[in-house]
Design a protein around this ligand. Structure first.
Ligand SMILES: O=c1ccn([C@@H]2O[C@H](COP(=O)(O)O)[C@@H](O)[C@H]2O)c(=O)[nH]1
Length: 274
């Protein structure tokens, strides 16, 4: 099942949620009883997915957590993506890999996530310019999520530089010529809540993938207040605060409880700001 803009809007409406659960799975942070199992990462992810699929609209496995484990890690990544798309095809799957290279190489990255695997979206670093992003955009029903204003402190080093326009504003304005809001989204950190009004001046309709609530301390209500559109336009990600909410045999129930808290807040924010 491909996920178009309106499909995403429908899922948000149906579930009253714009929650993206980040699957940043690390063996040492998992409950101890899973450590010795050969497919520990996939088993952990499966339990989290089964416990949250009805209250989240997206999953975002960050490839670094899987690549760090070599072949076995990548296998767990593949199994996770395939499990989500076969059991819960309505879920939006974002591979957070922050790719982007010369066109010839970007084309291969695109094939890895969009042909070999049924990911719906891929995060892409835009700093090598249009020909580095273009190959991802040739996949018709797939999404590109460009880094715009990231959640980390180092975002000030480059993204806030520039005279008339800051670098992140240039990314937003220039990339609008490459594709529209039906295929392009942007990463904007929740820790940058005061910048959402500015962001919306540049991309009034685009979906924003917003990491940085939970463990990084960003405010969900501020993000919604300044960033929400009539179609919601937000996918707010939380990784560690959800998947490591519990450390015992009931870790999946604990993750669900944490996700449910966020979903309930999201339901009231959708009423207030849309
Ligand atoms: O600006 C960015 C871009 C990406 N991320 C990623 O999102 C998650 C956040 O995890 P938490 O545990 O909820 O802090 C993680 O995969 C980051 O690599 C980001 O945080 N900020």
């Amino acid at each position: 099942m491909t996920m178009k803009y309106q499909d995403l809007v429908r899922q948000i409406e149906k579930k009253q949620s714009f929650l993206c659960v980040g699957l940043d799975t690390a063996v040492e942070k998992m409950p101890k009883h899973l450590h010795q199992t050969p497919d520990a990462i996939f088993r952990f992810n499966k339990a989290i997915i089964d416990a949250t699929h009805d209250i989240a609209v997206a999953y975002k496995p960050n490839t670094a957590f899987y690549e760090a484990l070599g072949v076995a890690g990548w296998q767990a990544f593949e199994e996770t993506v395939l499990y989500i798309k076969s059991k819960y095809p309505e879920m939006f799957v974002i591979a957070d890999a922050k790719r982007g290279d010369i066109g010839n190489t970007s084309e291969r990255y695109a094939k890895a996530f969009f042909e070999q695997l049924p990911c719906d979206a891929l995060t892409v670093a835009p700093y090598m310019g249009s020909d580095s992003v273009q190959p991802f955009l040739t996949f018709k029903d797939k999404w590109v999520i460009l880094l715009a204003l990231t959640s980390n402190n180092g975002a000030t080093d480059f993204q806030f530089t520039g005279e008339e326009k800051k670098l992140f504003e240039k990314v937003l304005d220039t990339s609008k010529n490459w594709a529209d809001e039906q295929q392009l989204m942007y990463v904007v950190g929740a820790t940058q809540a005061e910048m959402f009004t500015t962001i919306r001046k540049h991309v009034p309709k685009s979906f924003l993938l917003v990491p940085g609530v939970g463990a990084q301390g960003g405010s969900l209500s501020e993000v919604a207040k300044y960033g929400m559109t009539k179609d919601c336009g937000l996918l707010v990600n939380a990784s560690r605060s959800i998947i490591y909410a519990g450390s015992g045999h009931d870790f999946a129930e604990a993750a669900r409880a944490e996700a449910k808290k966020m979903q309930q807040e999201m339901a009231s924010l959708l009423k207030e700001y849309r």
